[in-house]
Design a protein around this ligand. Structure first.
Ligand code: SF4
Length: 353
């Protein structure tokens, strides 16, 4: 990589158009470039055969196409694959592929570390290091797409492509909103990576003012990590609650601008003796009433360095039952990849310290 040159994967289509115009090229060249940059196997401008040779030379002098080196990989016994991508400044970020028979969900990172300090999350213990650029976000997807294309078909559990994306890896995506929006634009542009907004989910711990900006500027799904339904408990689990308390967060969910018939995904991780009582389930049912939502319940994954315990299976089912009787769609999300520390809340790279 040459730092005096521009990484074209940091631009969405509009950004590419503006970039080529600065090089005194017509705007349609930006669209042509977009169509090339995200084709598998394209790593230099000389492969872009329908671009004029002179233009390719101009590009070569001023820009480059970033990609990650071969990632570190760990495979879970349940089929999940954790990828470790080394960034140009040496930091390591992680993404997790979660294959099912009909889909491949990729959990991507948006930051190195995280500033939000949720007390049940290993990433939070790293602190915040830096935001990922748009190219560092989309290159996680490109790299796993290429991995799937190279894998022998018979060894795959799911399809040969990444079908769904969740921003639930390292970092709070809304704390990196501008780069997040640019990456979503690249991911959803037809000439880019061509995902529909419906297949992308952004998860937030509740950065209230930025939720609306995300909703007004994209058609992705929103997941909100709630994890407690009273301010005292949530203040302990998620310090962001002191800044944006539950009442404000729930109001932001109620008024969140989203496409018709969509619902917000409420994420609720049960921690034994902390937030898993019947009373908490009834209160959750009561306070979510005005919000079009579905609920994902997750049993906490115990790990070294985090003081909480998993709830019993009976407790999890009883909690679900109360919510179901209150007419919510409630799913118990099975945690995948825990044997390789790739499950929810377990992403924290030891190699960044
Ligand atoms: S749960 Fe999410 S927002 Fe909270 S510390 Fe972990 S990565 Fe950050």
């Amino acid at each position: 990589m040459n730092s005096s040159k521009t990484d074209l994967k940091n631009f969405d289509q509009q950004g590419l158009i503006e970039f080529v115009e600065q090089l005194n090229q017509p705007s349609f060249r930006g669209k042509q470039l977009m169509a090339w940059l995200y084709k598998p196997g394209i790593s230099d401008f000389w492969q872009m055969t329908d671009l004029a040779k002179k233009f390719r030379q101009v590009l070569n002098d001023n820009a480059y196409i970033s990609s990650f080196d071969k990632p570190l990989m760990e495979r879970s016994s349940d089929g999940c694959v954790k990828f470790g991508f080394r960034l140009s400044d040496g930091y390591l970020i992680e993404a997790v592929l979660i294959p099912e028979t009909d889909r491949n969900t990729l959990c991507v990172s948006s930051q190195v570390g995280c500033a939000m300090d949720c007390s049940f999350c290993l990433t939070g213990t790293m602190g915040f290091i830096r935001n990922l650029s748009p190219s560092e976000i989309v290159n996680q997807v490109c790299s796993v797409r290429d991995f799937l294309l190279d894998e022998p078909r018979e060894s795959l559990i799911g399809p040969t492509e990444v079908t769904n994306l969740v921003f639930m890896g390292m970092g709070e995506p809304l704390n990196n909103l501008s780069n997040l929006l640019t990456s979503i634009s690249i991911l959803t542009e037809q000439k880019g990576l061509d995902f529909t907004g419906r297949r992308i989910t952004v998860s937030t711990c509740g950065i209230v003012p930025k939720m609306r900006i995300l909703g007004e500027n994209s058609t992705v799904n929103l997941a909100v990590s709630l994890h407690a339904i009273d301010d005292d408990t949530r203040n302990i689990l998620m310090p962001v609650n002191k800044r944006y308390p539950l009442a404000e967060l729930l109001e932001a969910c109620r008024t969140y601008p989203m496409p018709k018939r969509r619902r917000i995904m409420i994420e609720y991780t049960l921690l034994q003796g902390i937030n898993d009582s019947d009373a908490a389930a009834y209160e959750l049912a009561r306070r979510l009433k005005p919000i079009p939502c579905k609920i994902n319940l997750l049993a906490f994954n115990e790990c070294d360095g985090i003081p909480y315990k998993s709830p019993t299976r009976e407790r999890l089912l009883a909690f679900q039952d109360i919510l179901r009787k209150n007419h919510y769609s409630v799913f118990i999300r099975t945690s995948r990849g825990s044997d390789i520390s790739a499950a929810c809340g377990q992403l924290a790279s030891e190699n960044n310290s």
